[in-house]
Design a protein. Structure first.
Length: 355
């Protein structure tokens, strides 16, 4: 049943418990405080780091990730992702231990203002205005929510996002995931990650942060998953995290772009299936036939589509605020035929990565 929390009144600022953002390491907790402003509307404060080993910031970071002066789309997306468990637990009565399943995630970054230089815009306090719609409840708790975000630094718009996710109990999650719900099974005998493509090719500053490996087929990479990565795998999980798939789409689009330093200013994503650790996942990039000037990135495993993203790139030198970033020029080979060696899964129920 779709409902609204009509009895909820505005509240004062409340600190964000680390466990409410599903992060094991305190240094990776970006959210600091939240407050309710209406039945289904909220303000959430985030503190972006001045220096970070993985996200591009005002002091350090990959030019490709941040786009040479703009916000790192992965830092923006991780901030939004942390808001989902926060709102679930703090505002919608979801117990700890329940699982959040990402269905859709769309974002658009604003073009930087001419005065936005490093580091003022890209580090420090960010305020997210969150509005929840289509809230489906199962008993007292939420079972599915759509959230619309506007992120601001002072009076400057950083970006907007809309995402929908569902929520399952631990018991239902175990049934959905079957043998993969067992962490020991999911993480047992993992192969060594394949060699990364050159980090500059995908807009990274270090090989450890590359999530793509080369193949001999134009327009196709193999997903590179290293569960030892301290940020992407902050804690053990039984599947490839959604945030890693977002970066795979960004890296694949960057690799296909003829513009060095291009950043992914807009992305429309759909999560169809979990990506597992025990089989290759192929990441294919082609021109998006439904959206001129964009790239379509598709992740496939077991001969099924697991994740899709339509990505718009902008060159490093973005126009003044208020204008629309010009798309970066892309050069994509013709779509390749499907890779052999994958196996079909018959009757598999669609699943999405955890948020």
């Amino acid at each position: 049943m779709i409902s609204t929390a009509e009895s909820a009144a505005p509240s004062s600022w409340t600190p964000v418990p680390q466990r409410y953002v599903h992060k094991h390491h305190a240094d990776e907790t970006l959210l600091t405080a939240w407050r309710r402003t209406g039945p289904d509307s909220f303000l959430i404060k985030a503190d972006w780091p001045a220096v970070h080993a993985f996200y591009a910031t005002g002091a350090t970071g990959a030019t490709g990730a941040a786009g040479g002066g703009g916000v790192d789309p992965l830092l923006f997306s991780e901030t939004v992702r942390q808001c989902l468990p926060l709102l679930s637990h703090a505002a919608y009565d979801v117990p700890l231990g329940h699982h959040l399943l990402w269905e859709t995630y769309d974002y658009s970054l604003a073009a930087p203002r001419p005065t936005d230089g490093p580091p003022p815009l890209r580090s420090g306090e960010v305020v997210l205005h969150a509005r929840c719609t289509e809230v489906v409840r199962r008993g007292p708790r939420a079972a599915a929510v759509t959230v619309h975000f506007r992120a601001l630094r002072g009076d400057g718009l950083i970006g907007t996002a809309t995402t929908r996710f569902t929520i399952q109990t631990a018991a239902v999650y175990r049934r959905l995931r079957a043998r993969y719900a067992d962490l020991d099974h999911a993480l047992r005998d993992l192969p060594e990650p394949p060699a990364p493509v050159h980090y500059r090719q995908v807009g990274r500053e270090h090989p450890r942060d590359v999530v793509l490996s080369a193949t001999d087929v134009p327009g196709r990479h193999r997903l590179r998953v290293d569960t030892r990565h301290p940020i992407l795998f902050d804690h053990p999980v039984d599947h490839v995290p959604g945030i890693l798939l977002l970066d795979a789409a960004r890296q694949a689009a960057h690799a296909a772009s003829a513009a060095q330093g291009a950043r992914a200013v807009t992305m429309n994503t759909r999560f169809h299936q979990y990506v597992e650790f025990d089989a290759p996942c192929w990441v294919e990039t082609e021109e998006d036939g439904t959206a001129p000037g964009r790239l379509r990135v598709t992740a496939r495993q077991f001969d099924r589509t697991c994740f899709t993203a339509s990505v718009a790139l902008a060159p490093a030198s973005a126009p003044a605020r208020g204008s629309v970033p010009a798309p970066a020029r892309v050069s994509v080979p013709a779509p390749a035929s499907r890779a052999n060696g994958t196996r079909a899964v018959i009757g598999a129920r669609p699943l999405a990565p955890s948020a």
